[in-house]
Design a protein. Sequence first.
Length: 54
Amino acid sequence: MRFGIVVTLREMNGENRIDDFIKMCMMRGWIVNRLDVQAQADVYFKAEEEITFE
């Protein structure tokens, strides 16, 4: 079964805890991939451009 999850963790003091979360997941044998959403959106929009030939 394939599935995905997006997680953002911050403690009350504002410190980002995502790195600790990723390390714990990897220790359990889970595959963790970081995604750059902005880069993926840029590629998608570039691929959807209309090209006109003259």
